[in-house]
Design a protein. Structure first.
Length: 248
C-alpha cells in the first residue's frame, strides 16, 4: 500500500509532462518563466515532453480565425449616420510574438479592427461606401494588418458585410433613383422624337420633289385605313389625282 502512493504520484507527474500537439497547433514553452528558444524550435505537432515543475506550455492555434466585428455607428464625411459591421480573417504567423508581445491577440485584433472601421468609413462619403466597397475593404485590411504585424498576426481579409441606413435616407435614395429613371425615360423619348422628326423632314423633302410619290402615299393610306376599320370613311380626293382622267 505504501508503494502505491509514490507510483500514483509518478504517473500524475509523467502525465502532466507528456503533451500531444495537433497539426494545427504550436506550443510556446516557458522554462522558469522564460521562453526557451531551443525548445521552441521543436514545438511542432506530435509528442512533446516537458520538465515537471520547470516548463509551462501555452498552445497557439495557427488556423485562420474568422472574427465578426460588432456593429459600429459612424458618421460619413457627408454627415450621414450609418451602422456598419464587418468580418476579419486572420491567423497567427509568429506564435512567440502572439503570446509574449500581447496579452490577448484575439481581443487586441478585434479592438483595432473596430477603431479602424470607424476611422476609415468616417473619412468616406456614403456613395463611396455603397459603390466602392472593394477599395474600402483593401484599405481596412492594409491598416489592420500593419497594426497587428508586431503581434505576429497576419490579417488576410477584411470585409464590410452590411451598411444600415436610416429610414429617412432610404426613402430619399428611393425617390432619387425614381427621379433618375424618369429623367432617363424622358431623355430617351425626346431622342426618339428628334430622330422621328429628322426622318419626317427627309420624307417631306422626297415627297416635295416628286408629287406622284405624294399621291401614291395617299392611296396607300386609304388602303391601310380601309383594312383596319369596318365603318364607312369619306376622304376628299385631290383634284390633281383625277385631273388626268378629266382631260380625256
Amino acid at each position: 500500500m505504501s508503494l502505491l502512493v509514490p507510483v500514483f504520484l509518478i504517473l500524475i507527474v509523467l502525465g502532466s509532462s507528456i503533451k500531444i500537439l495537433n497539426e494545427y497547433e504550436r506550443a510556446i514553452i516557458f522554462r522558469l518563466g522564460r521562453s526557451s528558444k531551443a525548445v521552441i524550435g521543436g514545438n511542432g505537432p506530435g509528442l512533446l515532453i516537458l520538465i515537471p515543475f520547470v516548463d509551462k506550455m501555452v498552445k497557439v492555434d495557427i488556423r485562420t480565425i474568422t472574427m465578426d466585428v460588432p456593429t459600429q455607428e459612424i458618421i460619413t464625411r457627408d454627415n450621414v449616420p450609418v451602422k456598419v459591421n464587418a468580418v476579419v480573417y486572420f491567423r497567427v504567423v509568429d506564435p512567440v510574438k502572439a503570446v509574449v508581445d500581447v496579452e490577448n491577440y484575439i481581443a487586441a485584433t478585434s479592438q483595432i479592427s473596430q477603431t479602424t472601421l470607424r476611422s476609415v468609413l468616417g473619412q468616406s462619403e456614403l456613395d463611396e461606401l455603397l459603390s466602392h466597397r472593394e477599395k474600402i475593404n483593401q484599405t481596412l485590411q492594409s491598416i489592420v494588418d500593419e497594426h497587428t504585424d508586431p503581434w505576429g498576426i497576419k490579417v488576410t481579409t477584411v470585409e464590410v458585410k452590411d451598411a444600415e441606413l436610416p429610414e429617412s435616407m432610404q426613402r430619399a435614395m428611393a425617390k432619387q433613383a425614381e427621379a433618375e429613371r424618369e429623367r432617363r425615360a424622358k431623355i430617351i423619348a425626346a431622342e426618339g422624337e428628334l430622330q422621328a422628326s429628322h426622318k419626317l423632314s427627309e420624307a417631306a423633302g422626297v415627297l416635295a420633289i416628286n408629287p406622284m410619290a405624294m399621291q401614291l402615299r395617299y392611296l396607300q393610306t386609304l388602303v391601310e385605313v380601309a383594312s383596319e376599320n369596318n365603318s364607312t370613311t369619306l376622304f376628299p380626293i385631290p383634284i390633281d389625282l383625277i385631273s388626268q382622267f378629266l382631260k380625256k
